[in-house]
Ligand binder design. Sequence first.
Ligand SMILES: Nc1ncnc2c1ncn2[C@@H]1O[C@H](COP(=O)(O)OP(=O)(O)OP(=O)(O)O)[C@@H](O)[C@H]1O
Ligand code: SF4
Ligand SMILES: [Mg+2]
Length: 371
Amino acid sequence: MSTPGFMNIDSNTILFVKDLRVWFPVRRGITDVLARRPPLYVRAVDSVSFEVKQGDVFALVGESGCGKTTTGKSVLMLYEVTGGQIGYKPSQDLVDSFTKLGYKPEYITEYGHIDLSKVPRKYQRPLRKEIQMIWQDPYGSLNPRLTIFEILEEPLIIHKFGFTRSDRYDMIHRALELVKLTPPEDFMNRYPHMLSGGQRQRVVIARALILNPRFIVADEPVSMLDVSIRAEIIELLLELKQKLNLTYLFITHDLAIARYIANKIAIMYLGKIVEMGDTEKVIRNPLHPYTRALISAVPEPDPSNRLKVREVPIKGEVPSAVNIPPGCRFHPRCVALDEHRELRGVCDKQEPPMVEVEPGHYVACWLYAKR
Ligand SMILES: Nc1ncnc2c1ncn2[C@@H]1O[C@H](COP(=O)(O)OP(=O)(O)OP(=O)(O)O)[C@@H](O)[C@H]1O
Ligand code: SF4
Ligand SMILES: [Mg+2]
């Protein structure tokens, strides 16, 4: 598997995803089996490649069902991957402990990345200390029967952090201070239902931080919050990133939030990245007809810095991930084909490669690639 030209994997790359495929088998009925119909798959993630440098906020943006969460959960080793690589650069402490455990070097790439898609189960737990997730739903992701202290103590016990309850108390105290639930003593003995939505999301963030992670997958972390508290949580995430030297894979369907928080952005459509690069380049100069359609739908929060709202239409509905159109998967909806008739026999047959159109700005579309 060769490395795509838009990736420059080096020792500063904390995570890379190369040709990642995550396909879910579709349940088959007895008639399918008797008729010997071939198995069908939901191609949730269908050859996705990107890299995240240390300190980046890398946003994965796209409409519902395009494969954002599946990509994030694969990085967290929660799914069995169909194909491809997920390279993660662990801390030196983790490398040392793996060496002691006799970890096989074949899972480690030349830059010291561990392939998370192949790592045996027994090594996943130590890796999870470094790679944490902030979930979308602060209501569903906290156990209502546990106090905030118990919720935060759980990962410490599982990962054997802190020898005594008093050590753990200190760690929980610090985590609550970090997320500005102060004084921490006032929150430790409360239950989740005694907190507001914003406070609950702060607890979710504290739980993600309590094991001192290096890499955070944040999946729509503010989409279920009131608009009035979204900005506070976004500011908190940015502040924590600076203070704790974190790197984020930030998943959102909201381009305005992605623009605010991320320095790199990747636009996903039906299991694949269609455009990516430096956030401002992608937002100010969207190239892919799908990105243009998305940007025409973004309300601009800051009137002094208006995005040029383009009236670019988009045809039809997103096709099923079981039946992905051949060639460019966007072709049945692409309005550019009305104008570029010469591409009609190309786009529905050949998949466009990802090409660099300006430094740090890549797009997969035949309007820009050599045929
Ligand atoms: N465990 C699963 N089994 C079968 N299909 C799945 C599974 N998880 C996700 N899918 C399907 O994979 C596709 C991608 O889903 P995913 O949840 O990754 O999308 P998403 O971009 O996160 O969407 P949303 O914005 O709605 O959260 C969808 O078609 C979804 O129905
Ligand atoms: S490759 Fe063709 S169909 Fe796909 S987005 Fe570009 S112009 Fe449209
Ligand atoms: Mg999702």
